[in-house]
Write a protein that binds this ligand. Structure first.
Ligand SMILES: [Zn+2]
Ligand SMILES: [Zn+2]
Length: 231
């Protein structure tokens, strides 16, 4: 036989519907501020330019007035907007990385390698003409990383440190590399044996994308170390 449990004295039977539910939630919120002292406790407004003291109407209220509430809401919206924009930029960047070809990775590695070579030789004159500066250009980079055997005719030596030296832009780009003078400068710098080894070198180098990424990181690190040592 089933028997109904009698209600405790003072307990009202549960009302049904949305209104009753809302009332219960409100009761719960208000009961979080338990004591009178806690209810009257002063809080500082979360708006930095305001910081007025106020008594909270509910535990989640951090603003002293509707105006300050608006300021906080707008700030939150702006933060969300910025987060969305940043996520979009990141997504775009990732898409571009996905679309990179092996040729792009070769280019990136070449940029890192060339930057390192220019820094490595920063204290040395031009490999082919011994000049230390070129006054005819007022802006832009005056210095290139010049390859003795060019990346076009000897692509397997594009990342060979003996094959690349800092060279004035005028010599590298507009003097056809000045191969004969380059050779003289190169012998003075690394010796005839290494120059001849370079000239004989026909061993093909094939790089995977992972190796190219590693090569880029390697030369970026070497450049960083050079700069740290110079500072
Ligand atoms: Zn305020
Ligand atoms: Zn030169």
């Amino acid at each position: 036989m089933m028997r109904r449990t009698p209600l405790k004295p003072g307990t009202k039977p549960m009302k049904q519907g949305g209104f009753a539910r809302a009332a219960r939630i409100e009761d719960r919120e208000v009961s979080k501020i338990k004591t009178k002292a806690a209810r009257e406790k002063k809080h500082k407004c979360a708006v930095r330019t305001c910081r007025a003291e106020f008594v909270r109407l509910a535990p989640f209220v951090t603003w002293c007035s509707p105006e300050c509430g608006t300021v906080l809401a707008m700030a939150k919206l702006e933060k969300q907007r910025q987060a969305t924009a940043a996520a979009e930029r990141k997504n775009h960047r990732e898409q571009l990385i996905k679309l990179r070809t092996k040729r792009d990775y070769v280019k990136l590695a070449q940029v890192a390698f060339n930057a390192y070579i220019r820094a490595r030789d920063a204290h040395l004159p031009c490999i082919c003409c011994d000049r230390t500066s070129e006054k005819q250009y007022l802006t832009g980079t005056n210095w290139d990383c010049g390859h003795y055997r060019s990346t076009g005719s000897a692509p397997h030596l594009r990342f060979h440190e003996d094959n690349a030296h800092r060279q004035l832009t005028v010599c590298n780009r507009y003097g056809a590399g000045r191969a004969v003078d380059y050779r003289i400068g190169l012998i003075a710098r690394i010796g005839l044996a290494r120059v001849e080894a370079l000239e004989r070198d026909q061993e093909p180098r094939h790089y995977t994308v992972d190796q190219l990424i590693a090569l880029t990181a390697h030369y970026k690190k070497k450049l960083k170390e050079l700069k740290a040592a110079a500072a």
